[in-house]
Write a protein that binds this ligand. Structure first.
Ligand code: URA
Length: 244
């Protein structure tokens, strides 16, 4: 059970103070009867809430797939930069947050939700959720690096990195690669290439667990997860993705 004003503001009807005014003005009914108390508790599953006779639907959890652009910080608040929430303009929810972090200059797939339990499960180090990155790397990425990454490299942590899968797309003075890692240490991809004497000059996350960054979703855009994506994510969250 949640307060009527919270129900309405989280359903996108208006800000908390706007919906309080509407409730006090008698515009809101619960199961057909006007309710003028914003603090009245309602059940999102059992009660029918209408504003000016229009039924309001409420979903407890929301899930968005966001294509983070460079320059955006993976946070909900920041004094100097644009945050994820500056881009998610069509949702009234104030409790959304990004699941995990990408560096300010990294682009790509970021899941944004208010489902804390799912986020926790996806970020759990024990779960080894896969993340695939596309990168441009200054320096000649070679089969030797593929072998080193497969074994694990020393990035200054207590243990070497977990085995990861490096695929070379183009080898040259500037190489293009795909790298799949099964953990998420701070600046991990950049530090892995540093460990083999190279520098990441462009980084984009293209997948996380079962989620793929859609090719038709431009940087800065977002969309709700599809029912299939959400089902895959929840199934994934319960499964043990053990790589070793
Ligand atoms: N690895 C990095 O170095 N940066 C990111 O943003 C993500 C993975």
């Amino acid at each position: 059970m949640i307060r009527l004003d919270k129900f309405l503001s989280e359903a996108g009807v208006g800000t908390r103070s706007e919906v309080k005014k509407q409730i006090r003005a008698g515009l809101v009914t619960v199961n057909g009867r006007p309710v003028r108390a914003p603090e009245q508790k309602v059940s999102p599953e059992r009660d029918t809430v209408c504003v000016r006779a229009e039924k309001i639907t409420y979903t407890e959890f929301e899930y968005y797939l966001f294509h983070k652009p460079a320059g955006c910080v993976s946070a909900t608040e920041d004094a100097g930069h644009r945050t994820v929430m500056d881009y998610l303009t069509d949702t009234a929810r104030r409790d959304l947050f990004p699941v995990g972090r990408l560096d300010i200059d990294t682009e790509g797939l970021l899941l944004v939700t208010n489902d804390g339990a799912l986020a926790h499960a996806l970020l759990s180090p024990a779960r080894h959720v896969s993340k695939t990155y596309y990168a441009k790397v200054s320096g000649n990425v070679s089969q030797a690096d593929v072998n080193l990454f497969e074994k694990g490299v020393d990035i200054g942590e207590k243990a070497p990195t977990r085995p990861s899968v490096l695929e070379i797309l183009r080898e040259g003075e500037e190489s293009e690669i795909l790298l799949t890692i099964y953990e998420g240490k701070f600046h991990q991809v950049k530090r892995m290439f540093q460990a083999v004497g190279k520098e990441v000059v462009y980084l984009k996350r293209i997948s996380m667990g079962p989620l793929r960054l859609p090719e038709d979703l431009p940087a800065g855009a977002y969309r709700p997860l599809t029912a299939e994506e959400l089902a895959a994510l929840k199934k994934h969250d319960r499964s043990e993705e053990i790589y070793e």
